[in-house]
Design a protein around this ligand. Structure first.
Ligand code: ATP
Ligand code: MG
Length: 269
C-alpha cells in the first residue's frame, strides 16, 4: 500500500508576534506531521509556542511563514475543534446547550443536535447533567463538557491545550483513562499539548519536544509502550527509560526558558 498523506502537515511554520513595538518569534520553522488516528503529544517549556501551534492549526492565528494542511476526509465537518485548559463554557447555557453550540452555528437540525448531544454526554459520563448549568458542576465535569462540545462537532482533528492541567491529580488520572477510551472508540486524530511528560507517555503515540522560545522542534520521540495502555505502564522499565531520556532533554530547555525570562526582565522588557 502506498503511504497515506498525513492527516496534519505542518511545514516550516513560523509565527512572529508584534507587541509593544517588539517582535517575538513564537515559532521558528516548525515541521511536523500526524497520521490519521494518531495521538500526538506536544511538550516544551512555558513560552515555547505550544498554544500558538494549536492556534495556528485551529486557524485562530495566521502563520507568518510556512504551510499547514489538514486532510479533510469528511466533507461538511469542521477541520478542527479545540479543548482549552480552562473549560471556556458559556455560563448562561445548560450543559446540553453548550454541547450543541457549534452544531447550532452550523445550522444542524434540532433533532440531530439532540441526538448528538445525548451521545456525547453519555460518552463523557454526563448524561444526567444535561440540564445543569456550568456553575453547578465540578471542575472535572466542566472539562468533560468541554470535551463533549469539541467532539460533538465531529472535527477531523481534535486539538487539546492542557485540557486536564487545572484538575486535581485524582480527577486527572480518571480523565486520562477516559480520554484513552474515547480516543480508542472514535479513532480521532489528536494533537495534545501538555506540561506533563507522564501524561504524554500515557496517552501519546509520539511526543514532539519544542525548544525554549523561539519554539523549534527539538526531538520527536516514538512512544513504543503498546496499547491499550493504562496506569500500569508506569511500572515498566521502558517507560522509565523513555521518561528519563525525554526529561533530560526537556530539562535543558526549561532551564534555558527560565534564564531567558530572567534576562529579559533585567533589561526592562
Ligand atoms: N497574541 C500574542 N501577542 C504577542 N505575543 C504572543 C501572543 N501569543 C503568544 N505570544 C508569545 O509567544 C510566545 C509563545 O506563547 P505560547 O502561549 O504559544 O507558549 P506556550 O508554549 O503555550 O506556553 P505555556 O506553556 O506557558 O502555555 C510567548 O513568548 C508569548 O508571550
Ligand atoms: Mg500554552
Amino acid at each position: 500500500m502506498p503511504p497515506r498523506d498525513p492527516k496534519v502537515l505542518v511545514s516550516e511554520v513560523s509565527v512572529t508576534f508584534e507587541s509593544h513595538g517588539r517582535s517575538v518569534v513564537a515559532l521558528d520553522r516548525i515541521s511536523l506531521q500526524a497520521q490519521a488516528g494518531e495521538f500526538l503529544c506536544i511538550v516544551g517549556p512555558s513560552g515555547s509556542g505550544k498554544s500558538t501551534l494549536l492556534r495556528v492549526l485551529a486557524g485562530l492565528v495566521r502563520q507568518s511563514a510556512g504551510e499547514v494542511r489538514i486532510q479533510a476526509d469528511h466533507p461538511g465537518t469542521p477541520l478542527t475543534a479545540m479543548v482549552f485548559q480552562e473549560h471556556a463554557l458559556l455560563p448562561w447555557r445548560t450543559v446540553r446547550d453548550n454541547v450543541t453550540f457549534g452544531l447550532e452555528n452550523r445550522g444542524i437540525g434540532r433533532a440531530a443536535q439532540e441526538t448528538r448531544a445525548r451521545e456525547m454526554l453519555a460518552m463523557v459520563g454526563l448524561a444526567r447533567f444535561a440540564r445543569h448549568y456550568p456553575h453547578q458542576l465540578s471542575g472535572g465535569m466542566k472539562q468533560r463538557v468541554g470535551i463533549a462540545r469539541a467532539l460533538a462537532n465531529d472535527p477531523e482533528v481534535l486539538l487539546m491545550d492542557e485540557p486536564l492541567a487545572a484538575l486535581d491529580a485524582q480527577t486527572r488520572t480518571i480523565m486520562q483513562e477516559e480520554l484513552l477510551r474515547i480516543w480508542a472508540t472514535l479513532g480521532k486524530t489528536v494533537v495534545y499539548v501538555t506540561h506533563s511528560l507522564e501524561e504524554a507517555l500515557l496517552l501519546g503515540d509520539r511526543v514532539v519536544l519544542l525548544t525554549a522560545r523561539p519554539g523549534r522542534v527539538s526531538e520527536v520521540y516514538p512512544v513504543d509502550l503498546g496499547r491499550p495502555r493504562g496506569l500500569e505502564v508506569r511500572a515498566s522499565p521502558a517507560y522509565g527509560a523513555l521518561l528519563e531520556k525525554i526529561w533530560s532533554r526537556l530539562r535543558e530547555e526549561v532551564v534555558r526558558a527560565i534564564a531567558d525570562d530572567r534576562g529579559s526582565e533585567e533589561i526592562g522588557a
